[in-house]
Design a protein around this ligand. Structure first.
Ligand code: FE
Ligand code: FE
Ligand code: ZN
Length: 276
């Protein structure tokens, strides 16, 4: 069964997200661990989490994807910036232990003129500082569009980060269809070849989740502007092939398209109707 959902607001808590997901036909969802711009996270409501776990079990919802604030930069040039990333990730991962078996996705970072090599080393250092042998969360590197000095546009860069992480059993990759397209991987015309390349460079066993988005920009644009399904340059047909691909079809798919809930409900139904 297709596991699909969308990014949801976490402001009303976990149980509310499960109920919203159900209402729009979702069997997974993604949420920000905290306000993407702000630093402070609300104290975790353990009772809400426990009610969520029970309800999600009944509804067949999960695994779910927590998304780190996108302002984090584990490879920032200033130590203060890197320290904030480290502390936030450590705190998020400690909270995620209340929701074992799920994913924590983050943008690897922007090297801001330090060069990709330094960026990769700093990201791996951060991960080596926050990962714990006993944790129950898999941390995902998101494939990036390559705008500015983003690290993680190429599969090779992601592989280099993974190679430097000691507890790499706790690591995986989340493939964002808009980002890889903007990064120059032609998933519309050559999906099989792109996935073969992913397998050769990173290994498909590392791939744990997919962000399902169309892109406002052409192949290789390095812009990162998401579009609604079928309203962008990738196109609906190509995204239906993504969802049905044997190497991907069992993964959780998360829509991050510019939609309100009714739009997400329509996109979820669209893929369910076309899922083989
Ligand atoms: Fe993201
Ligand atoms: Fe994404
Ligand atoms: Zn994006």
């Amino acid at each position: 069964m297709l596991k699909i959902g969308c990014h949801l607001s976490s402001s009303k808590g976990f149980l509310a997200m499960a109920e919203t997901a159900e209402k729009i036909g979702g069997t997974t969802f993604q949420f920000f661990t905290r306000n993407p711009r702000g630093a402070k996270a609300k104290a975790l409501d353990v009772e809400d989490v426990n009610r969520f776990l029970e309800r999600a079990g009944q509804l067949g919802i999960g695994p779910i994807v927590a998304h780190a604030p996108y302002t984090l930069n584990a490879c920032g040039a200033e130590e203060r910036v890197r320290e904030f990333a480290l502390e936030t990730m450590a705190d998020d991962l400690a909270r995620m232990e209340y929701l074992p078996g799920n994913y924590y996705n983050f943008h690897p970072g922007s090297h801001v003129k330090q060069g990709a090599e330094t960026g990769i080393r700093l990201i791996a250092e951060t991960l080596n500082a926050v990962l714990k042998p006993e944790q129950h969360t898999t941390v995902l590197l998101e494939t990036m569009a390559g705008k500015g000095s983003e690290v993680g546009r190429s599969f090779e860069e992601l592989r280099e980060i993974l190679d430097r992480v000691e507890l790499s059993d706790h690591m995986g990759v989340c493939l964002d269809t808009c980002h890889v397209w903007d990064g120059g991987y032609d998933i519309a015309g050559h999906l099989d070849e792109v996935l073969e390349e992913f397998d050769r460079v990173i290994g498909l066993s590392r791939l744990k989740a997919v962000h399902l988005n169309d892109s406002q920009n052409p192949l290789g644009a390095r812009k990162d502007r998401h579009a609604k399904i079928g309203e962008g340059c990738i196109g609906a047909e190509a995204l239906v092939r993504v969802v049905n691909h044997p190497a991907l079809r069992d993964l959780p798919f998360v829509l991050e398209t510019p939609n309100e809930l009714d739009g997400y409900a329509r996109e979820i139904a669209f893929f369910r109707e076309r899922c083989r």
